[in-house]
Design a protein around this ligand. Structure first.
Ligand SMILES: NC(=O)C1=CN([C@@H]2O[C@H](COP(=O)(O)OP(=O)(O)OC[C@H]3O[C@@H](n4cnc5c(N)ncnc54)[C@H](OP(=O)(O)O)[C@@H]3O)[C@@H](O)[C@H]2O)C=CC1
Ligand SMILES: CC(=O)N[C@@H](CCC(=O)OP(=O)(O)O)C(=O)O
Length: 338
């Protein structure tokens, strides 16, 4: 017997991660998108007006969000995905959970546990909540299905942690892994900004050793790290090159076996034999990890789609877990919108 669909809403549906969420949920066997909201829309309009590639494939209406809609939302949906700026999520999430909704937040508003660290990284105070918010690195999180709010990890921390977490205990005590990662421009969102405009984007490091993802990565991996992000002149995907020092006596075979064992029953992480190209993960929910040893130096090359495994697909993977669905339910076929 077919089960009733689980009704969802997406806030921030006009943005890049929001539209990918809408498309994944629209194609999902168990979830259904009841509402898609944008902040700046003046009136309701088909979502295909903004994203014509969805014309004839998704008839959903994009509606202007207003907080007066909260009671109606709470009556008609079970789950809300927030694809909003960090501060907007911080303000809205407590109201949504107070109304009894389950919230998957794609922003950084609730990822850091340490309030001071959060203030320093994001520039505003994290709202205090009654219960701790689980950090949802999907392959390492066990959701019980009664948590009101789940923090979906950042895109760069997802790539770095999926490589480093399984082997962290094999690194030297004082190894500070170096994470060099290049992101496509969709990582910066849809809004117009000078540094992401066509004629400005090249290949450049930014926020060197001071990106807000540094503390998130360190907390997720459980050790200090050094992180240098780069903006590349392509649309989507993150390629991370990671260096770390392993303890003496740890062989390439041990690293390989550890990774294989860790991900044997986790279908969305693939251990690959050649350094991954972005094109093999873009439009997919996969994280591809290649590793190589050079003496006692361990080198990873990791690829994800920043908008999917780094955001929308990981959020849906977590929602699958929350509702006891297979991890890859609804994630294998939809492809990319942006
Ligand atoms: N892009 C990426 O690769 C990743 C992004 N994230 C996080 O996901 C969230 C969304 O990112 P992304 O999709 O890239 O961003 P976009 O800029 O593409 O979209 C942002 C969305 O938020 C809405 N919005 C903007 N300001 C407000 C506000 N004050 N109140 C309510 N809604 C608002 C916008 O609506 P409108 O424009 O219609 O006003 C738009 O729908 C961010 O927190 C980001 O850090 C996480 C992982 C990866
Ligand atoms: C290329 C680019 O600008 N990337 C973004 C990171 C992606 C993102 O949206 O950050 P969260 O994962 O914290 O939500 C940045 O560096 O700010």
């Amino acid at each position: 017997m077919k089960q009733e669909p689980i009704q969802c809403a997406v806030l921030g549906a006009s943005g890049y991660t929001g539209i990918e969420l809408v498309w994944l949920l629209h194609n999902h066997p168990q979830f259904s998108v009841k509402f898609a909201f944008s902040s700046s829309a003046r009136e309701a309009e088909p979502i295909s007006t903004l994203y014509p590639q969805l014309s004839g494939r998704c008839e959903l209406i994009l509606q202007p969000w207003h907080s007066d809609l909260l009671p109606q939302l709470a009556q008609q949906v079970r789950v809300v995905f927030l694809a909003l700026p960090h501060e907007a999520s911080a303000e809205l999430a407590p109201q949504l959970i107070a109304a009894g909704l389950v919230v998957f937040d794609l922003s950084g508003a609730f990822r850091l546990i340490d309030a001071q660290q959060h203030l320093q990284a994001y520039g505003f105070k994290q709202p205090k909540l009654d219960a701790a918010v689980p950090y949802g690195l999907a392959e390492f999180t066990q959701l019980q299905g009664d948590e009101p709010l789940i923090a979906v990890p950042g895109c760069y921390p997802t790539a770095a942690a999926l490589a480093l977490r399984p082997v962290s205990h094999l690194l030297t005590h004082d190894s500070v892994p170096i994470v060099n990662a290049v992101s496509g421009v969709t990582g910066a969102g849809r809004k117009a900004q000078l540094h992401t405009s066509f004629c400005e984007v090249s290949l450049q490091a930014y926020a060197v050793a001071e990106h807000r993802h540094q503390p998130e990565m360190a907390a997720s991996i459980g050790r200090d790290i050094l992180f240098v992000p780069h903006l590349g002149n392509f649309k989507r995907g993150i390629l991370a090159t990671i260096y770390a020092q392993v303890q003496s006596g740890i062989s390439a075979a041990t690293i390989e076996d550890t990774l294989q064992a860790c991900y044997a029953d986790k279908p969305l992480v693939r251990i690959v034999n050649t350094p991954p190209k972005l094109q093999q993960v873009v439009g997919t929910p996969y994280c591809d990890i290649y590793c190589k040893m050079h003496g006692q130096q361990l080198i990873f090359s990791v690829a994800i789609d920043n908008l999917l495994k780094g955001a929308a697909a990981q959020a849906v993977q977590l929602a699958n877990q929350y509702f006891r669905l297979p991890p890859s339910a609804g994630l294998m076929n939809p492809g990319a919108v942006v």
